[in-house]
Design a protein around this ligand. Structure first.
Ligand code: NAD
Length: 496
């Protein structure tokens, strides 16, 4: 593989004894002084200690966000907010190597992804910076007799609590932060306990960008402590959550006290459908990376691969060869295509699914085991493809969130639609075909928030992404995501 970048140096923030919480523009320890360790999943070596925030810290962070919402931040114009976002974009661009290296060390994202992060991260910020000065209400003609004027205002929803997962730590923090700031809201961010470090670095860059104190606060800690306290806090107007469907249910329950607004980006078990007429070179590589990319730890990972029967054997054989040829290794090695699973806990979860598949009678065409030898101290699993599966098997129904695909043959287009939709989830879907009519019909009939045709996992800040069914509600990216942090207020003026 040609390498177009230097391996970034070890991030300076790792030299601190404990990574602190960020409230009202200042750094502090957790109120009760506790912390917890985080490890490098490529080696199993300790990486850092992180402040273990709890309800007292969340209280302080929410108060700070509330005060900021009613203070200097409220008096800033859209152009002021835009300037801060554009400064942040420049700072992120200048520091992207450091940010990427932090995610590489903490969750095992291969450093080979650096060029993608360089391109994507500043563009997300600049997209929302572009929208800040374009927020508008409407003048609406009404049928009340006389001179009665009615129009709408768009106002920030208020204090937002953002709770994010570990699978794409920096992008997940950024995609919550940008529309929140663009809308004029304030934020309390709770990163995942398995990947807090790039959020910590982001707070430093926000300070440098000149964001007033209290507009963005960050409390690190565990889901059942800091996360649950944030989700239930009466001073929070909206929770923007990304994580598992199971936790999403708990967030809904916790939001009931003050009827918080919610957006939920949840799990998936996305279908990727290969028709017999597809360009198989592209389909095999695209579907394989659609499930193995980021070690399968992608919400919209195409983990159920349906292949039309005439090409089933050929596609499975070629996909298995592709999987065998993938370079699995430490995330800091520039040649690595597939890094480790992000944590020991997630590794155990993936291993239990590999066991469940074998016990149920599925055949591991390739992979199916943890990797040993030089990789045995890290959390490495071989890219795995299961065939001989039936639709009721756990490995076909549940999200594994690891490099594990099931392959299933189908006969007709109608069968493919039925099988693709036979899931409680509805996040992503892929269709590989040269038949334009088939591509359009499938795109309409699959119940998923995104359908990729002859591609998989294409993303852009301008294009909305989100779930149907139990994959959640609301959309991230696009103008839709900005709308999610705005309230509509109607104003009536009797000018008679
Ligand atoms: P998770 O649900 O275990 O945790 C997500 C976040 O919620 C973490 O910050 C965690 O600390 C916190 N949390 C846990 N329990 C909580 C509670 N009771 N109250 C409040 N907060 C709580 O998910 P994960 O394992 O970190 O991430 C993997 C999941 O995220 C997968 O299901 C994946 O599909 C999903 N995901 C979805 C999207 C999307 O856009 N739809 C994107 C990425 C990941």
């Amino acid at each position: 593989m040609t390498q177009h970048f230097q391996i970034p140096p070890r991030p300076a923030l790792l030299n601190r004894p404990v990574q602190q919480i960020f409230i009202n523009g200042s750094w502090c320890d957790a109120a009760d002084g506790r912390d917890f360790p985080t490890v490098d999943p490529s080696s199993g070596a300790p990486l850092a200690r992180i402040a273990r925030g709890g309800s007292e810290d969340i209280d302080r962070a929410v108060s700070s966000a509330r005060a900021a919402l009613e203070g200097e931040w409220a008096r800033m114009t859209p152009a002021d907010r835009q300037r801060i976002l554009l400064r942040l974009a420049d700072l992120v661009e200048a520091n992207i190597d450091d940010l990427a290296m932090i995610d590489t060390l903490e969750m095992g994202a291969p450093i080979a992804r650096l060029p993608v992060m360089r391109r994507r991260s500043p563009s997300v910020i600049r997209f929302y910076a572009g929208l800040v000065t374009a927020i508008e209400g409407r003048t609406i003609s009404n049928s009340i007799p006389g001179d009665v004027v009615s129009y709408t205002l768009r106002e920030p929803v208020g204090v937002v609590g953002a709770i994010i997962p570990w699978n794409a730590p920096f992008p997940a923090a950024l995609i919550k932060l940008c529309p929140v700031l663009a809308a004029g809201c304030t934020l309390v961010l709770k990163p995942s306990e398995d990947a807090s470090l790039s959020s910590i670095r982001l707070m430093e860059l926000l300070q440098e960008a000149g964001l007033p104190p209290g507009v963005v606060n960050m409390v690190t800690g565990y889901g059942l402590e800091a996360g649950a306290a944030l989700a239930a806090h009466p001073g929070v107007d909206k929770i923007a959550f990304t994580g598992s469907t199971a936790t999403g249910r708990q967030i809904i329950a916790a939001s009931m006290g003050n009827l918080k607004r919610l957006s939920l980006e949840l799990g998936g078990k996305s279908p990727d459908i290969v028709f017999a007429d597809a360009d198989l070179d592209r389909a095999v590589a695209g579907a394989a990376m659609g499930v193995f990319g980021n070690t399968g730890q992608v919400c919209s990972s195409g983990s159920r691969i349906f292949v039309q029967r005439p090409v089933f054997d050929e596609v499975v054989t070629r996909m298995a060869d592709f999987a065998r040829a993938l370079q699995v290794g430490p995330a800091t090695d520039p040649a690595t295509q597939i890094g480790p699973i992000a944590s020991e806990r997630q590794l155990m979860r993936v291993m239990s699914y590999l066991d469940a598949g074998k016990t149920a009678g599925a055949t591991a065409v390739v992979g199916g085991q943890r990797l040993a030898g030089a990789l045995e101290t890290g959390c490495f699993v071989a890219p795995t493809i299961f065939s001989n599966v039936s639709s009721d098997m756990t490995i076909v129904r549940e999200e594994i969130f690891g490099p594990v695909a099931v392959v299933i043959p189908f006969d007709t287009e109608a069968d493919a639609v039925k099988m693709a939709n036979d899931t409680e989830y509805g996040l992503g879907a892929g269709v590989w075909t040269r038949d334009l009519g088939c591509a359009h019909r499938m795109s309409r009939r699959i119940r998923a928030g995104t359908v990729w045709v002859n591609s998989y996992q294409l993303m852009d800040p301008a294009v909305p992404m989100g779930g149907m069914k139990q994959s959640g509600h609301g959309r991230e990216c696009g103008v839709e995501h900005l709308d999610a942090f705005l309230e509509t207020k109607s104003v009536w003026i009797d000018a008679g």
